[in-house]
Each structure stands twice: as C-alpha cells, then as structure tokens.
Design a protein around this ligand. Sequence first.
Ligand SMILES: *[C@@H]1O[C@H](CO)[C@@H](O)[C@H](O)[C@H]1NC(C)=O
Ligand SMILES: *[C@@H]1O[C@H](CO)[C@@H](O)[C@H](O)[C@H]1NC(C)=O
Ligand SMILES: *[C@@H]1O[C@H](CO)[C@@H](O)[C@H](O)[C@H]1NC(C)=O
Ligand SMILES: *[C@@H]1O[C@H](CO)[C@@H](O)[C@H](O)[C@H]1NC(C)=O
Ligand SMILES: *[C@@H]1O[C@H](CO)[C@@H](O)[C@H](O)[C@H]1NC(C)=O
Length: 283
Amino acid sequence: MILQRPKKRVSYLNTAIGFPEFGRGGWVTGLILLFYVVFYIFLAGLFALTMYVMLQTLDEHKPTWQDRLSTPGMVIRPKADETFEIVYNIQNTESWDMYTQTLDKFLAPYNDSTQAQKNDECTPDQYFLQEDSGDVKNNPKRSCQFNRTMLEECSGIHDRYYGYQTGKPCIIIKLNRVIGLLPGKDGQTPYVTCAAKKEDSDKIGELMYFPPNGTFNLMYYPYYGKKAQVNYSQPLVAVKFLNITVNQDVNIECRINANNIVTGSERDKFAGRVSFKLRINTI
Ligand SMILES: *[C@@H]1O[C@H](CO)[C@@H](O)[C@H](O)[C@H]1NC(C)=O
Ligand SMILES: *[C@@H]1O[C@H](CO)[C@@H](O)[C@H](O)[C@H]1NC(C)=O
Ligand SMILES: *[C@@H]1O[C@H](CO)[C@@H](O)[C@H](O)[C@H]1NC(C)=O
Ligand SMILES: *[C@@H]1O[C@H](CO)[C@@H](O)[C@H](O)[C@H]1NC(C)=O
Ligand SMILES: *[C@@H]1O[C@H](CO)[C@@H](O)[C@H](O)[C@H]1NC(C)=O
C-alpha cells in the first residue's frame, strides 16, 4: 500500500477533522488514530496487569523489602521542637508547662488500665515470638503490657509535673520501631545510658533510670508491624536528672547498649542514639 502524504498542511488538518468524506487522507489519519488507541489500551492493560501481579506478591502484614541492617533511631519526649532543646525556668510555670503536658499526652496510652485492657502480661526476659507457620498467618498478634507505673517517679502519677518544678526533670526515651528487630544477643537485655558531652561531664549530676537500669525488656520484641500487631506499645525508658547544674547548657547524649546494635555508625550517625541540650534556669 502506498501512503500519500497530503500536499498541504492545511488540507491535512481538514481531512483529519472531516473524516471520512475526504478520501484517502482521512483513511490514513483514521488508521493512525486507531493504531494509537489500540496501542494505548494495550499499554494501560499491560500496566494494570503488572501492578496486579506485583500487588499479589505483597504481604500486607510485613514489608517485602527492608534494610536488614537497619539500626533504630532513638527519640526523646518531650520534644519541644526540631532543635532538641529543653530549656525552662523553674520559677516560670509557663516555661515548663508544655513539657509536662506533652508527657501527659504521650503517656496516656500507657495507663495501667488501658494496658490491662489491650495487652497481655508476658514472661519477662525472653522474646515474645509469634511466628506464622508457613502460609498460615498467626494474626492478630498479641502485645505485651508496658504499664505507666513502671516509670515510677517519671510516670507522672505521684509527681504530676515529672520533676520539672523541682529542677529534677524526667526525659522519656524510645527506640523507633523496626519490624523483626531482636535487640540483644544471647538473652542480654538492651539498656539505655545517658552521659554529658565531654566538656559538660561535671555538670550532668546523678541520673536515675526507670525501669531499673534503663532496660528495654526482651519481651517487647520482635515487633511484627502495625497491621499484624495492632495494640503494640513501644517500651520506654525514663531518665531523671537528680542534680544537674542549673543556669548552664548541658549537652547530653543517650544511647542504646545492645551487643548486636551498632550505634553511630559511619552509615547512620544517629542510629541508636540521641543528643539534646538541657538547660534549667533559676534566675
Ligand atoms: C491516664 O492516667 C492519668 C493519671 O492517672 C489520667 O489523668 C488520665 O486521664 C488517664 N488517661 C486515660 C486515657 O485513661
Ligand atoms: C499493669 O497494670 C495492670 C492493672 O493494674 C495489672 O493488672 C498488670 O499486672 C500490670 N502489668 C504489669 C506487666 O506490670
Ligand atoms: C486490642 O485492644 C482491644 C481493646 O482496646 C482488644 O479488644 C483487642 O482484643 C486487642 N487486640 C489484640 C490483638 O491484642
Ligand atoms: C541492674 O544492673 C546491675 C549491675 O549490672 C545488676 O546487678 C542488677 O541486678 C540490675 N537490676 C535490674 C533490676 O535489672
Ligand atoms: C550536686 O552537684 C554539685 C556539683 O554540681 C555537688 O557539689 C553536690 O554535692 C551534688 N549534690 C548531690 C546530692 O549529689
């Protein structure tokens, strides 16, 4: 078949619009249009098919791809802003009020009554494994109780201001969730330690950790993901600053200690540790 180009652009356009009265030019345009329509339908179909097959292979309960070496980040509460500074004046209630309110809100889901309702009392010091057996999903998975009262003096129950009004503030630390993470090899419980940066080491004073020794009990691991483990409560560690130097900046770093978690690696400086500035003013 010999396809003849229309002689003039204008007439070409005309035939495209006036299809099919204008003979051969119209036919060609029609064929081209048809070709593209079929072609695009085919592409759309291919795309839909590929997506469908891909989605079939996904498990909604756990990610297909995950960095196996990922080290969890650590965060502190209260987090006032992006600067990780906790600065307040003891005499000025308004300057620390927002911190205690943040903690109230953050700890509300950890109320003993809520935890008793949602979660199980697990056997401490061992992983709470709830593996699937082959294709049979062991869902939903249960989670372990982390009671607010386990934070004792930092629970906000007996001292509703978490020590802020007496210059002995509490900071709460949690480890970001990593699906499947089993921290601590050979039954060694991971724990948190906080220390001042070198130049401030004489200002930090004595610390107290809750639960004792600042541990994250093994029974809270592994985490199976939001969909599989709906009521999961991340374990917490509270640190109380008993005798921190006032009216001076104190730079503090807290880190997780576990024999299988590398903190502050080359790849991720913030892995497993968190730094912040604490300054309590009295004047
Ligand atoms: C949790 O407990 C605190 C202190 O006992 C109480 O003020 C708060 O209303 C409780 N919150 C919830 C959601 O039960
Ligand atoms: C948490 O508190 C509830 C209610 O007081 C209690 O029954 C439960 O034993 C506590 N769980 C743990 C792990 O301490
Ligand atoms: C989650 O908590 C609700 C109560 O808030 C409870 O009825 C449910 O059984 C819990 N689910 C799991 C899987 O623990
Ligand atoms: C805290 O650590 C000390 C020393 O490592 C140990 O003797 C003590 O039993 C630990 N306490 C708890 C409650 O784990
Ligand atoms: C608190 O720290 C100061 C130095 O910053 C020290 O002189 C004092 O003895 C400490 N008090 C207690 C009870 O540890």
